[in-house]
Design a protein around this ligand. Structure first.
Ligand SMILES: [Zn+2]
Length: 126
């Protein structure tokens, strides 16, 4: 443990020295009349910092709009899917389509969805 402490201190000091060197360079550039380079670099650094933050918020907003949490209509297993996409239930493997915030069954081409209809014997006789 004791051996690590001076190393950490040294690292921190070299970090400060690095920033001091950067600052001195900026000040020198500004003094020479190349302030626009400093401004440009600062703007670039600002963009580099701000862009991921904005991107993260946009991504989260997008996720909130497009993530759909619903139950599988076949086995009632609750999971999340993306809006306007087709996915498969991780529990029963049923192909599902995400529409308007709900999971709907996909009727695959060639499959006929048969609905059982009760037909009374008397109806058949007529
Ligand atoms: Zn399912």
């Amino acid at each position: 443990m004791n051996q690590d402490t001076p190393k950490l201190l040294q690292f921190n000091l070299s970090g400060v020295g690095c920033w001091l060197a950067v600052l001195t360079t900026f000040m020198l550039l500004g003094a020479v009349g190349l302030g626009w380079i400093v401004n440009g670099l600062l703007i670039l650094v600002g963009i580099a910092i701000v862009t991921p933050v904005i991107g993260w918020f946009v991504f989260r907003w997008w996720l909130k709009r497009n993530l759909v949490e619903d139950k599988c209509p076949v086995c009632a297993y609750e999971f999340t899917g993306f809006n306007q996409t087709e996915c498969q239930c991780p529990n029963c493997g049923e192909s599902l389509k995400v529409e308007q915030g709900h999971f709907n069954r996909v009727t695959l081409p060639g499959t006929i969805d048969v609905e059982a209809v009760e037909v009374s014997a008397r109806q058949l006789e007529d």
